[in-house]
Write a protein that binds this ligand. Structure first.
Ligand code: KG4
Ligand code: ZN
Length: 350
């Protein structure tokens, strides 16, 4: 049964190319967080092949769950609930986690909670690895401005309370992570482009200043023009028969992406009078983004919440965190829970 600190949740994340299984207590305390990554496999094809990703999920899901229980030093009988990402994501990958979570919930007679992957990225800010018995750090305050930047999404979200979200802006074309991955390929860097560009840019001086995109909404983003601008630069060097300055171009690209993300986030933080700003999603692991946002929020005195990099990229613990609050609110999924590739957050009207 659930202890004084809340239910012990087995949390499953298989929306894309990481197989994540975690054990999270009360939506906050991580007891185990196992992630099997397919990065090396997809590096060979320069990107994700959905069917390959789904087959890998099928192979990894049970060993990863076993590893999570072992890490937490518990058995199946010690679980109080099961949570799983049911969208958005790749259908074949999602189906693996959803089916396993349903089966565990049915066999053990446990409540099942379906979690939106984006909500999981936001709730990574509630996680802690404080040991049992240690006091938990304070929860993020509301209203909370969340910048969610992943391979599939770039959204500026005003979170008014648990489960209450307003969409302030989003990308009109490529997601920020997608732009990193595409530009990484253009520059001949290994997959995934995000960490590779970040490493290449670390000690470089930007080769140029790429123009910033104009967008319809004040808090919207657009990255496809920037990707084309990088391509033109690369082609110009090629035509002149000159070597491509990979590091300085990576730095110029990263500077432009970070500037766009930070400028709009800082503006929204002021316009909506938020209590804090939080980052989530794989691109939130980016060091330049983390430090630039911290610098430019500095004057406002607003707290900036940034999960450690391993909780920014896809993992099961963030799903367990969101599930903790959904469970407490009485959310339950049945055996008819479906995988929904284009699942959106339940937006409030603006
Ligand atoms: O959230 P995530 O793990 O999966 C999705 O939900 O998409 O995000 C993956 C994305 C990839 O595009 C990857 O290139 C990017 O996050 N990423 C980074 C960094 N680490 C991962 N982008 C920039 N800098 C990084 N350090
Ligand atoms: Zn993600």
């Amino acid at each position: 049964m659930s202890g004084p600190s809340g239910p012990r949740i087995l949390a499953v994340e298989t929306s894309c190319d990481e197989t994540g299984v975690a054990v999270v207590v009360g939506g906050r305390r991580i007891e185990a967080n196992q992630v099997a990554t397919q990065v090396a496999l997809h590096a060979r094809t320069g990107g994700i092949v959905p069917e390959v990703a789904a087959r890998q999920q099928l192979g990894w899901i049970v060993p990863t769950a076993r590893a999570a229980l072992d890490e937490a030093a518990i058995g199946w009988e010690d679980l109080d609930a099961v949570a799983v990402t049911y969208g958005p994501g790749l259908i074949g990958s999602l189906l693996v986690g959803v089916n396993v979570a349903k089966a565990v919930a049915e066999v053990r007679g446990l409540p099942l909670v379906g979690v939106n992957h984006i909500e999981g990225h936001i709730y990574a800010n509630w996680l802690t690895d404080a040991a049992a018995g240690e006091p938990l750090p304070a929860e993020p305050p509301f209203p909370l401005l969340c910048l969610v930047v992943s391979g599939g999404h770039t959204q500026l979200v005003l979170m008014e309370d648990h489960g209450r979200y307003r969409l302030l802006g989003q990308t009109a074309d490529d997601a920020a992570g997608e732009a990193f991955d595409k530009v990484g390929r253009l520059l001949g860097l290994p997959y995934p482009g995000g960490p590779a560009i970040s490493a290449a840019a670390a000690d470089a001086t930007p080769a140029t200043r790429f123009p910033r995109a104009r967008t319809d909404g004040a808090y919207d983003f657009s990255f496809s023009g920037l990707k084309t601008a990088v391509l033109r630069e690369v082609e110009a060097y090629r035509q002149r028969g000159e070597p491509i300055p990979v590091e300085p171009l990576a730095a110029a690209f990263e500077e432009a992406v970070v500037d766009a993300l930070v400028t709009k986030t800082v503006a929204a933080a002021g316009d909506f009078g938020v209590a804090a700003v939080a980052l989530g999603g794989g691109v939130a692991a980016n060091r330049a983004l983390r430090s630039e946002l911290r610098d430019r929020l500095g004057g406002s005195g607003l707290p900036l919440l940034v999960p450690p990099p391993e909780w920014c990229t896809d993992n099961g613990a963030m799903i367990g965190a969101a599930a903790g609050f959904r469970l407490a609110a009485g959310d339950r999924a049945g055996p008819d829970l479906e995988a929904i590739p284009n699942l959106a957050l339940p937006w409030l009207d603006r």
